[in-house]
Design a protein around this ligand. Structure first.
Ligand code: THU
Length: 161
């Protein structure tokens, strides 16, 4: 039997001010859209902003529904809008910020499992990594080079053939 080790590298920035300029700009866009989330059931707000290859910035926030599974995460709201309207533009960077409405905190919130799978789809489509930055409401920002860090051994369309 052979053992294989999967390692992950995550960068930790002390605050949004320490981010490279393009990431800082994107995170500010995510912060701006977060408070417009429609989240009356969880009272948890998520803001996502993505930068496309043509420089376009697309924003999304979580959209909930009385039929709970019908709601959608902020990341997928932004990614599906981008894919529908700019189908030929790769998504190069994503910024995320999230926290409960009544309890802002400094806990960086990573994308959920379903969003990781959707991010992986677009990385695969464009054969380009998507750098992801995520934070809570304030404080430290975590960053990964690609969704591969958060979703190793991903299922992708190569297995369907
Ligand atoms: N949520 C997101 O928008 N993105 C994630 O990656 C995790 C969860 C939303 C879904 C729901 O509206 C609320 O946060 C609580 O789960």
């Amino acid at each position: 039997m052979e053992h294989k080790r999967i390692t992950s590298e995550i960068r930790v920035y002390d605050s949004i001010q320490d981010l490279p300029k393009p990431a800082q700009e994107l995170m500010r866009a995510a912060i701006g859209i977060k408070t417009d989330a429609y989240s009356p059931y969880s009272d948890f707000q998520v803001g996502a902003a993505i930068r496309l290859a043509n420089g376009e910035i697309i924003k999304g926030n979580n959209q909930e529904n009385s039929s709970y599974p019908a709601g959608l995460c902020a990341e997928r709201v932004a990614l599906f809008y981008a894919s529908a309207n700019f189908p030929d533009q790769s998504v190069d960077m994503m910024a995320l910020t999230a926290s409960p409405i009544d309890a802002p905190n400094d806990q960086p919130v990573p994308p959920c499992g379903s969003c990781r799978q959707v991010i992986a789809e677009y990385e695969y489509k464009f054969k380009k990594p998507m750098e992801i930055f995520f934070m809570g409401d304030r404080g430290k920002v975590l960053a990964v080079e690609s969704i591969k860090t958060l979703l190793p051994l991903a299922f992708d369309r190569s297995f369907l053939k």
